[in-house]
Design a protein around this ligand. Structure first.
Ligand code: HEM
Ligand code: NAG
Ligand code: NAG
Ligand code: NAG
Ligand code: NAG
Ligand code: NAG
Ligand code: NAG
Ligand code: NAG
Ligand code: NAG
Length: 322
């Protein structure tokens, strides 16, 4: 109440200006041409390096995509996931979903040093992760999308947010919906983004309970997985998330779910007589619809809560603050 008279002291144009500034600030300041003059070649440097890493090892495309996801779900896409632990700093690398699981840090280091050679101190690690995730999907035959740039790098990380925000493979459908909704995603976007599991591998420890104890698993799949994932031991033995085409970014993940061939408990939850069954069927029979929805959801994920303007910094080494 006390402040309302002062509102009338501003002229209408001033109010509109304030509003515009507010809108611009709250929607972020990323732009398509952000490095247009400061590092015009940055996107080809990143795509060349990603292509060579993926041709050396196809799984690396999956690992780079996942790095971006685990960055963005923890206080926004700010490269917090890349910071190493040290004597006086606790990063996110030992969080439950990350420990002994995230990979691709060396590839990011290689790309960063190439960028530092071409345009020192210019391209943020957070932007690199967004571009590398996109280029990885393209390298494995998936869709492309246009990104905006200008994300800056955090000077902090949060182990506790990494533990609480990244969804666990033990979640049921309502837990998955809540986890993504907490980041502003719809259920449809959650299902589309889960299609990432059409590439990459998972460790025995994250799917053991499913292959020994669940009933909604294809019995042939369970039998073959048990050979490499004993009921005890072999925790780090790997199996593909998409048993049909693990190095192609296609829609086979969704067809697998129709056959009870989801690897993770959380995967099969998307097709288990629930509200997302119809969307899984649509994606399994319509690759183009999946590609479009996936690309749109990835753009949205890449834009989660970036640091812009003078917030944060551009790290020269992605593993530590400047
Ligand atoms: C829907 C909820 C999700 C859950 C519960 C989940 C869980 C997991 C788990 C447990 C693994 C295996 C980790 C390990 O073996 O240590 C994994 C791998 C992977 N996840 Fe997810 N994930 C989810 C969503 C996503 C999203 C949204 C993306 C990307 C946008 C993604 C990309 C990947 C990729 C590419 C791999 C394979 C990584 C590699 O081979 O290095 N996941 N996920
Ligand atoms: C840009 O980078 C790519 C990949 O590293 C390289 O092939 C190309 O020659 C570079 N172009 C310029 C103008 O530097
Ligand atoms: C951590 O400690 C080292 C050496 O004591 C110091 O140089 C560095 O600035 C510290 N880093 C942070 C983030 O406080
Ligand atoms: C991370 O994994 C290592 C084994 O590589 C283990 O010693 C350590 O306890 C794990 N850390 C956490 C926090 O679980
Ligand atoms: C990206 O933007 C360009 C230029 O606006 C456009 O021609 C192209 O179709 C877009 N690509 C995608 C995948 O949306
Ligand atoms: C999903 O999991 C949560 C937490 O474990 C539980 O409270 C809830 O009852 C479960 N929902 C269904 C439909 O099983
Ligand atoms: C399977 O379920 C039983 C009974 O709940 C439990 O004791 C066992 O640890 C579970 N096995 C796995 C691999 O999770
Ligand atoms: C199990 O998977 C195979 C393909 O791998 C499929 O032909 C079969 O129908 C599946 N069984 C069930 C019960 O879904
Ligand atoms: C749930 O779906 C499976 C196949 O996905 C089916 O075999 C089963 O009968 C269904 N259960 C119910 C209660 O509808």
């Amino acid at each position: 109440m006390a402040s309302s008279p002062s509102f009338h002291m501003y002229s209408l144009p001033t109010c509109i200006m304030c509003l515009c500034v507010l809108i611009e600030t709250t929607s972020g300041q990323l732009s398509a041409n952000f490095y247009g003059s400061s590092c015009p070649n940055f996107s080809s440097i990143i795509s060349s390096a990603v292509n060579s890493a993926v041709s050396n090892e196809a799984r690396m495309g999956a690992s780079l995509l996942r790095l971006h996801f685990h960055d963005c779900f923890v206080n926004g896409c700010d490269a917090s996931v890349l910071l190493d632990d040290s004597a006086n700093f606790t990063g996110e690398k030992t969080a439950g979903p990350n420990n002994n699981s995230l990979r691709g840090f060396d590839v990011i280091d290689t790309i960063k040093s190439q960028l530092e050679n071409s345009c020192p101190g210019v391209v943020s690690c957070a932007d690199m992760l967004a571009a590398a995730a996109r280029d990885s999907v393209v390298a494995l035959g998936g869709p492309s999308w246009n990104l905006t740039f200008g994300r800056r790098d955090s000077t902090t990380a949060s182990l506790s947010a990494a533990n609480s925000n990244i969804p666990a493979p033990t979640l049921n459908l309502s837990g998955l919906i809540t986890s993504f909704s907490n980041q502003g995603f719809t259920t449809n976007e959650m299902v589309a983004l889960s299609g990432s599991h059409t590439i990459g591998q998972a460790r025995c420890t994250v799917f053991r309970a499913r292959i020994y104890n669940e009933t909604n698993i294809n019995s042939s799949l369970a039998t073959s997985l048990r050979a490499n994932c004993p009921s005890s031991g072999g925790d780090n033995n790997l199996s593909p998330l998409d048993v049909v085409s693990p190095t192609s970014f296609d829609n086979a993940y969704f067809s697998n779910l129709l056959n009870q061939n989801g690897l993770l408990h959380s995967d099969q939850e998307l097709f288990n007589n629930g509200s997302t069954d119809a969307q899984v069927r649509t994606y399994s029979s319509n690759a183009a619809t999946f590609s479009t929805d996936f690309a749109n959801a990835m753009v949205k994920m890449s834009n989660l809560n970036p640091l812009t303007g003078s917030s944060g910094e551009v790290r020269t080494n992605c593993r530590r603050t400047n």
